[in-house]
Design a protein. Structure first.
Length: 250
């Protein structure tokens, strides 16, 4: 069974860094398991953080603008073609981890066949992996427009400010119906020496589950391109055991 994690939040809240930290922790805890990183953010920052400029996207398949690595096989149905094309745009990162980029997605109410064909192909792709980590846009709605799939854990990244917590509340409200009953909570990111009392009180008032806090890594604030941080990784490890994820290592 595939474990699915969605990382949501405002741009700049640290979604990509948190996504990569989850990847690193899962690789450490489950080195034999397969992972798919699913970049659903319009900035495509996740791919860039690995030094990759991924131009072949799911949108390219939808729009007919994808440049294939090989010739298109003959005699395929449209469903088979979309599944084959999806395989063509997967980028391997190592022996167990791949990445795929969606970029633009179509409206959910679009009745064109390609919408359901891409949804089905994404579902089949997801089910092949042990873990899938989605680096999302603002909330889960944009992901749901691409693929209608259950999410085991939705992480809302927020900064330690009142405005950011209010935004996290909106994200939670917008995402709730797409989370399919999975665990949803907030990771407060980039926490320094500020007084967090008002922030946590506001979260309690908003019925937001606080999954944990991640300390500020000053190296990341100085423009780290790879978005990797041992500080963030260790913080994710520290809160891992309270999450709706496999608990063999707790």
């Amino acid at each position: 069974m595939t474990i699915k994690i969605a990382v949501t939040g405002k741009s700049g809240s640290g979604k990509t860094t948190i996504t990569k930290a989850f990847m690193k922790v899962i690789q450490e805890y489950f080195p034999e398991k397969s992972i798919l990183l699913f970049d659903n953010d319009l900035t495509s920052e996740l791919g860039h953080s690995f030094g990759l400029d991924i131009r072949n996207t799911i949108y390219g398949i939808r729009s007919g603008k994808h440049e294939y690595k090989t010739g298109i096989p003959e005699g395929m149905t449209k469903h088979e073609y979309v599944e084959w094309a999806m395989e063509d745009i997967i980028v391997p990162l190592n022996d167990t981890t791949d990445i795929i980029v969606s970029w633009f997605v179509g409206a959910k109410d679009c009745r064109c066949p390609i919408t359901s064909q891409i949804n089905d192909a994404c579902q089949k792709l997801i089910e092949r992996y042990d873990f899938v980590i989605f680096d999302c846009e603002f909330d889960l709605k944009y992901l749901n427009q691409l693929v209608d799939t259950d999410i085991d854990l939705t992480v809302i990244t927020a900064n330690p400010t009142i405005d950011s917590v209010n935004l996290a509340k909106r994200i939670s409200e917008f995402s709730a119906k797409y989370a399919a009953g999975g665990q949803m909570g907030v990771i407060v990111n980039k926490v320094g020496n500020e007084d967090m009392t008002a922030v946590y009180e506001l979260m309690r008032e908003a019925d937001l589950e606080v999954l944990g806090a991640v300390p500020l890594d000053k190296d990341l604030t100085e423009g780290s391109v790879d978005k990797e941080s041992e500080i963030v990784k260790n913080a994710i490890k520290a809160l891992y055991c309270r999450l709706n994820l496999p608990q063999e290592n707790c």
